[in-house]
Design a protein around this ligand. Structure first.
Ligand code: NAD
Ligand code: MG
Length: 386
């Protein structure tokens, strides 16, 4: 029996993870769940899965959750700091990081220091502080098992292989809802259009990131740290059908791809079961439904974010942290109708130029960079609004 703590159980990944656990009650048990504000869902999850701990991150909502669960044995905690308790509790064998944004950094560190294996969905944490997280994981003998579908694909292709035999990897990208569009079109797109992803149903932030190609940019950086690669070894290829989840090319020229229907329950299930494979009843792929799988180059002239992410990766230091924080601000500003789709890249680029660069950042440097960048990006957004 594996005990799993789910940070962000009320989100897209979190709810799918609970459904995977529900299908295998003999193998998995939920020991903690956390949510930001959806109390109704969090309470119903708590009553159904009976975890040892529930964290409501918005402290104003504590009483509501506490009284709804007062007749149970469940410990109820409030506040963002309590995420670290859910991440490091003695009962947990594996922590699924399914919260969105750099707020995942501290609890991920807490989990690693407590010796917990990590099922990593929260890519922002690796983007912000990949070097620190990977070296901490090594030091504490902790496995970081990717849940992001592309990285799960690479991880699965690498079973039985040496990292040193990788020549390069290809991360596939659906291209999002605006594939093939030009900057004239993108100038006026609405959040409603940007939130319509062709292949995946996900949280709002990652859906906007997918439309702007920043998601792929963040994933390139995520891949660098997970698989110890140089920027030149990571390529992005647009594959609108999202069936080939990513590929590895080895130093003898051979390539391996991992394929399947686009369903996040599959990489979640793999991360929970790893290193085993466990039978699932997920829908199977049928070649006749996909007579054509197509591939093309990403358009980085139109979608500048992917290029900005590569620049950050090449620069190193706290630059990816700057990109991530600026991106979190612009995505929420876009979702609040404060800035246009193309302006998101402009603000990120200005932050990259203006926020002080630190070549060898400490954890505190990352936290400060994150905060400074958010303040600066907010100022830029406000200027654009005026
Ligand atoms: P989501 O918005 O659906 O859910 C986010 C979860 O985090 C919710 O439980 C929410 O309550 C919690 N949360 C949000 N802000 C918080 C805060 N400030 N403090 C504490 N908790 C907070 O997001 P999602 O789509 O499930 O994505 C979660 C993570 O997984 C992201 O990092 C995303 O990039 C990654 N990911 C998601 C998918 C997907 O298919 N949804 C695929 C690959 C990777
Ligand atoms: Mg992905």
């Amino acid at each position: 029996m594996k005990n799993i703590s789910i940070l962000g159980s009320t989100g897209s990944i979190g709810t799918q993870a609970l459904s995977v656990i529900e299908s295998h009650p003999d193998l998995y048990r939920v020991c903690a769940i956390t949510g930001q504000s959806n109390t109704e869902l969090l309470i119903s999850q708590a009553l159904k899965f009976k975890p040892d701990m529930v964290v409501i991150c918005n402290p104003d909502l504590y009483q509501e959750v506490k009284s709804a669960l007062s007749h149970t044995e469940i410990k109820v905690l409030a506040g963002v700091d309590a995420l670290c308790e859910a991440a490091s509790m003695p009962e947990a064998d594996l922590v699924l990081t399914a919260i969105v944004g750099s707020v995942g950094l501290k609890p991920t560190i807490a989990a690693i220091k407590a010796g917990k294996d990590i099922g990593l969905a929260n890519k922002e944490t690796l983007v912000v502080a990949g070097e620190l997280i990977m070296s901490l994981a090594k030091e504490h003998g902790v496995k970081i098992i990717p849940v992001d579908s592309e990285h799960s694909a690479i991880f699965q292709c690498l079973v039985g292989e040496e990292l040193t035999s990788i020549e390069k990897i290809y991360l596939t990208a659906s291209g999002g809802p605006f594939r093939g569009k030009d900057r004239g079109f993108l100038k006026t797109v609405s959040k409603k259009e940007a939130l319509k992803h062709p292949n995946w149903v996900m949280g709002a932030k990652i859906t906007i990131d997918s439309a702007s190609l920043m998601n792929k940019g963040l994933e390139v950086i995520e891949a660098k740290w997970l698989f110890d690669l140089e920027a030149d070894q990571i390529d992005v290829i647009v594959h609108p059908q999202s069936i080939v989840h990513s590929l590895v090319q080895f130093n003898d020229g051979s390539m391996k791809a991992q394929m399947g229907l686009p369903d996040m329950k599959l990489p979640i299930h793999y991360a929970f079961a790893y290193p085993e494979r466990i039978t699932s009843d997920f829908k199977r792929f049928n070649f006749m439904d996909y007579p054509e799988l197509t591939f093309s180059q990403a358009d980085t002239q139109t979608f500048r974010n992917l290029d900005l992410a590569y620049q950050a990766l090449r620069k190193g230091g706290n630059m990816a942290c700057i990109v991530n924080a600026a991106n979190e601000v612009v995505v929420s500003s876009f979702l609040n109708d404060q800035i246009g789709f193309l302006e998101m890249s402009d603000v990120i680029e200005s932050c990259m130029a203006e926020v002080p660069f630190i070549a060898e950042p400490s954890l505190n440097n990352y936290l400060e960079t994150d905060e400074h960048t958010r303040i600066f990006a907010h100022q830029l957004v406000t200027k654009q609004v005026k």
